[in-house]
Design a protein around this ligand. Structure first.
Ligand code: NCD
Ligand code: ZN
Length: 425
């Protein structure tokens, strides 16, 4: 395929004009040449910006076991609509993805159903498991229960996980500090739980001799304490990476209290000062990327008496990043880092460091136009978490390895193999 009349963002944050040719799934740039006349396999990019596809290392597509909440086919469509071309799926499935057999069974589902590139996280458990670390993105350590498998929060348990796996992603809330009877949600899961989890992690890391320490990813940072912790440990040379999510950058606890279950999420959304610290960290690079933590639940569950936590975000991912760009939080160059390059580097996914010669042809066409939030969303979550937030960019088309997977609200059907490839290993 070829993108003609293209205006693309380069990895150094500048724009170039010309055409983008895709050869065997890879990018070839023709600066200055607008390309051929319209025809088959020609995508005219007049009036749009061409951006690199996003790498979202934190989604919950909920298959196997809970495809009624989303499922791989539908969730990967939502991702494509949000400009995500590579996703890494979390392991809190039913049953939880904790063994080699379960990783293999889950991979078979993704191979058949995932529209975009994909990889899998395994869930760390106390029992020794037979999973080869090289076939998963990371071992996810839940220090608060977020899965049918129990949490691991005690110092020895945490240390054992950090010793066992070369890459660990962590949900850093110590569930022993929860007070489930309290309301609202952010008091039931107070920030002290985060601070306690960080202390446990830090002392466990320090007990492990430096060459044997794992790479650690702090998932969904939501507090100023996490920002300070990441800054301090990075400055000391720890192999630590920090993620935050769009909802922590857009909303505050007051918004969450008003919205109720719609914005109920773990960890909870906190105070304006937390949001400020997170925005600053995303801007200056202390935090590495913005993952959506796409965590859909059914509308009936969310509006019921005991609503589950989780916000669906994949579908709004790139418009939300562009909103941060428009507000001066992200430069174009930072947008490439935060949107794809940093996560790709952390997880060892090649060819996702921005639009350049030879990179994987994962591309998104966007145009400046208000995103409509009145129609039903693609996600089975069925609600627009950002309904009151004006989003001034729309994804027009998403290209995965040179194949259009989304265009103007339509998802082409595929006979046989899907364009999404497994990226890890
Ligand atoms: C997660 C989910 O729904 O899978 N929810 C969330 O609010 N992030 C699980 C969890 O992390 O508690
Ligand atoms: Zn999550």
């Amino acid at each position: 395929m070829i993108l003609t009349h293209a205006h693309w963002l380069t990895a150094d944050g500048t724009f170039q004009e010309g055409s983008i040719l895709v050869e065997q799934g890879r990018i070839r740039l023709e600066p200055g040449d607008p390309g051929p006349e319209p025809g088959p396999d020609v995508l005219d990019a007049t009036g749009s910006l061409v951006l690199p596809g996003l790498v979202d290392p934190h989604v919950h597509l909920r298959q196997p076991g809970q495809s009624g909440k989303e499922g791989v086919a539908n969730g990967s469509r939502a991702a494509a609509a949000g400009g995500i071309t590579t996703l890494l799926d979390m392991p809190n499935d039913r049953p939880p993805t904790t063994t080699a057999a379960r990783v293999a069974a889950k991979a078979a589902i993704f191979r058949q159903r995932c529209r975009v590139h994909w990889g899998l996280h395994v869930q760390a458990s106390r029992r020794p498991v037979d999973v080869d670390p090289s076939i998963v993105a990371s071992a996810k350590l839940y220090m608060a229960r977020g899965s049918p498998a129990p949490a691991i929060r005690d110092p020895d348990g945490v240390e054992a996980v950090l010793r066992r796996w070369p890459r660990v992603t962590v949900h850093a809330e110590d569930e022993a500090r929860f007070d489930p009877q309290r309301r609202p949600h952010d008091l039931a899961r107070p920030r002290e739980a985060v601070v306690a989890a960080l202390a446990t992690l830090e002392s466990a890391l320090r007990r492990i001799p430096e060459p044997r320490r794992p790479r650690l990813v702090l998932c969904h940072a939501s507090t100023r304490e996490e920002v300070a912790w990441v800054r301090r440990l990075k400055a000391e040379g720890f192999d630590l990476w920090g993620e935050t999510c769009p909802h922590y950058l857009v909303f505050t606890a007051d918004d969450a209290h008003r919205a109720g279950a719609r914005l109920q999420v773990n960890p909870p959304i906190r105070e304006p000062a937390d949001r400020e610290a997170l925005l600053e960290a995303v801007s200056d690079g202390a935090l590495d990327w913005i993952g959506t933590d796409h965590a859909p639940h059914r509308l009936a569950e969310k509006t019921g008496p005991n609503p589950p936590s989780g916000i669906a975000g994949a579908e709004w991912a790139l418009p939300l990043l562009l909103r941060l760009r428009d507000r001066g939080i992200l430069s174009w160059r930072r947008l490439v880092e935060v949107g794809c390059a940093r996560a790709a580097t952390c997880y060892g996914i090649a060819g996702r460091d921005g639009i350049r010669e030879g990179a994987v042809a994962d591309l998104v066409l966007v145009r400046p136009s208000r995103m409509p939030q009145s129609e039903p969303p693609v996600t089975r979550a069925g609600i627009h978490p950002y309904q009151d937030v004006p989003l001034d960019w729309q994804v027009q088309a998403t290209v995965v390895g040179g194949v259009v997977v989304y265009r103007d609200g339509v998802f082409p059907e595929f006979q046989g193999e899907l364009p999404g490839r497994r990226v890890i290993p």
